[in-house]
Design a protein around this ligand. Sequence first.
Ligand code: ATP
Ligand code: MG
Length: 328
Amino acid sequence: MFTRDDAVRAVENAADAATLFDTGPGLAHRRYRELAAALHPDRNPGDPRAHKAAATLNRLYTDWKNSRHRTVTTATSAYTLVRPHAVGSIATTYRTTGPHLVKIVRSPALNPLIHAEWTALRTLDYFTERHRWLRPYYPRLLDTSGPVARGDRAFSVLEPLVDGFITLADVGKAFPEGLDGRDYAWMHRRLLRAVAGAHRAGVVHGHLTADNVLVHPEQHGIVLIGWSFAIEDGALPLAADKSVRYPPEVHKGQPVTAATDVHMLHRLMLDLLAPGETRQREFAKWCTQEDPARRPDAADLLDEYDDLLGELYGPRTFRPFTIPETGA
Ligand SMILES: Nc1ncnc2c1ncn2[C@@H]1O[C@H](COP(=O)(O)OP(=O)(O)OP(=O)(O)O)[C@@H](O)[C@H]1O
Ligand SMILES: [Mg+2]
């Protein structure tokens, strides 16, 4: 629930309807009702600021509803948005009437990040033509907004990975006690392949978070998504995500390198593995050393990690992985 002050501020600071209502699939109406209740004239008699905010709220909600079936166009195609799919750190992704996922930045100021994603995904697409086995680890960019008018928001059109996929963040939530090392093993092996492959293509992901990994539990699939912070190895980052715990070099304003990804990937491992997975945690700590130069390369880690798994669990076998029912 919102207090009067929170609700007034939320409405006054909302850049547009999407900022206020794209809070998650199916949550817009609830958000509207909660804000409307907090701003209601009966609860705020003689309060012109609350009255004005209530009027703005109604206008923004109407805008939002009208935009739900809005169509975005590119040089060659039109995509009709049906509903928000997920809210990311800089963009919201939308399901469309077709087999597409449209990722629109939440503010035109973030357009350069979407452009960075196009560059990264095109580089990976080109690279995986010669290294086909790496293709499943990266999302497909199907179309882009191209250059947009000043003040407009750029977008990517991606292949939707929606059947049987969930984010690694959701996997983490389903296992509040942490993941069994044997389950994390197949995910991490594939993550290392995805990251090492990108590094060979000259791309640093730069934003390896649990929201940016899609997992297909049944097929043991891993796809590395969320490439808008991607840059060339050794470049300075375009922006930083305030909600992310970055490696020390990022805080010091130093360039982002392949070693930055290695750190972030193993920070993720430490966050998700059960506390009792001592050996794997030691491995992860070795990869999150303070000095980037001391961290191993992702490509070298492929064998190192397989050696560790061999020592811990013996020959590899397929271990089915299912997400426990939450009853929710
Ligand atoms: N190809 C895809 N298929 C299915 N879901 C996706 C796909 N791409 C993104 N998503 C979902 O949308 C969310 C937001 O997308 P994404 O991570 O690409 O944007 P972002 O977080 O705003 O930016 P960044 O590129 O910095 O991560 C993801 O966390 C994921 O849940
Ligand atoms: Mg993301």
